[in-house]
Structure formats: C-alpha cells, structure tokens
Design a protein around this ligand. Structure first.
Ligand code: ADP
Length: 163
C-alpha cells in the first residue's frame, strides 16, 4: 500500500500542547506527517520560522514519521507536490469551524484529491491558542502547562529579551 502522508500546516507561534496532541493523534491515522510551518502574512510572528520549526523537531526528536518544513507558497500546490493525501487540522470550537470549512473547500477546489481531516481537540485544551499563550506570558501569567517544556524556555527567553 502506498504511504499515506498528511500535511499539518500552521503558524505554531509558538507550538502548544494542543498542536502536539493533534500531530501525535495524526500519526495513528497516517504513515507520515509533514508539519508545514507557515508564513502568515496577516500576523507578525514572535518566533522566526526556524525557531518554530525547531520547536516541532524538539517535540518529536526520535520519530522519523514527523518531518518539518517551511511553507512559503500555496498549500494546495505544496500538498500536490509532496503527494499528500490529506491536510490535518485541529478544531477547538465552533468559531474555528467557519474558517476551517472555507479553507478545506478552497483547497479541494484547487486540488481535487486533497481532503482535510479535522481532529477535535481534547476538551481540556480547547481554550489554548498560540496568541493567548503569548498574551498571558507577556502579562506574567503561568503558561508552562500549555506548551512543551522547551517551548516554555524559548518563550521566557524571548520575552526576557524584550520581544
Ligand atoms: P494557523 O495560523 O494556520 O491557524 P495555528 O498554529 O494557530 O495556525 O494552528 C494550527 C492548527 O492547529 C489549526 O488547525 C488550529 O485549529 C489547531 N490548533 C491550535 N490550537 C489547538 C489546540 N489547543 N488544540 C487542538 N488544535 C489546535
């Protein structure tokens, strides 16, 4: 049987435990996952693309089924190039759904063979978002239970440096 590759795109600024859970659960469904760290033109990231890629690598240090790459262009074209069978995304709340549905439909319009698989986040992590983690951390709140330990260290270092 051909290998089933899923692409898990996102800005991951920073990577949270919610993201890691979606990737880990995705490994039960797909043979390999390519995490595509996106350049979101609407947001100025706190972390560079290389730093965000390192956060993913650091969460799966010994798992060759997880690959990480930077995505600058169109996701549908990238998925076709890589021979991916699906896009893997997480859904936290109904508010995520509207945007995610539109993206999934657009991607299928652009590349007919590309399906999007949504995994519902665990209820106890559905309030965790990268933007809220950054905001809480900036205001001195405790975020170390919402992100992997190496991400918490990187976040504290970045904020100490005045970012
Ligand atoms: P984007 O900027 O493309 O929305 P994000 O890094 O914010 O990228 O999120 C990437 C994916 O991970 C999205 O599908 C998002 O819904 C999902 N996600 C984000 N936070 C969580 C979480 N706490 N639990 C499950 N999925 C999540």
């Amino acid at each position: 049987m051909p290998e089933r590759l899923a692409i898990c795109p996102g800005s991951f600024d920073p990577l949270t435990n919610g993201h890691v859970a979606i990737m880990r659960r995705g490994l039960a469904l797909f043979d390999r996952i390519l995490v595509a760290v996106t350049i979101n033109l609407k947001k100025t990231p706190l972390f560079t693309a290389e730093e965000r890629m390192e956060m993913v690598r650091g969460s799966f240090p010994d798992d060759p089924r997880i690959e990480v790459a930077q995505l600058d262009g169109l996701l549908a074209a990238y998925a076709r190039d890589k021979g991916a069978v699906a896009i893997l995304r997480g859904l936290r709340a109904p508010s995520d759904f509207e945007y995610e549905l539109q993206m999934a439909q657009m991607n299928r319009h652009l590349y007919r063979d590309l399906d999007t698989v949504f995994l519902a986040s665990d209820a106890d992590g559905s309030y965790v978002s990268s933007s809220l983690v950054k905001e809480v951390a900036r205001l001195g709140g405790y975020v170390d239970d919402m992100v992997p330990a190496h991400v918490a260290a990187a976040l504290h270092q970045k904020l100490r440096a005045g970012a």
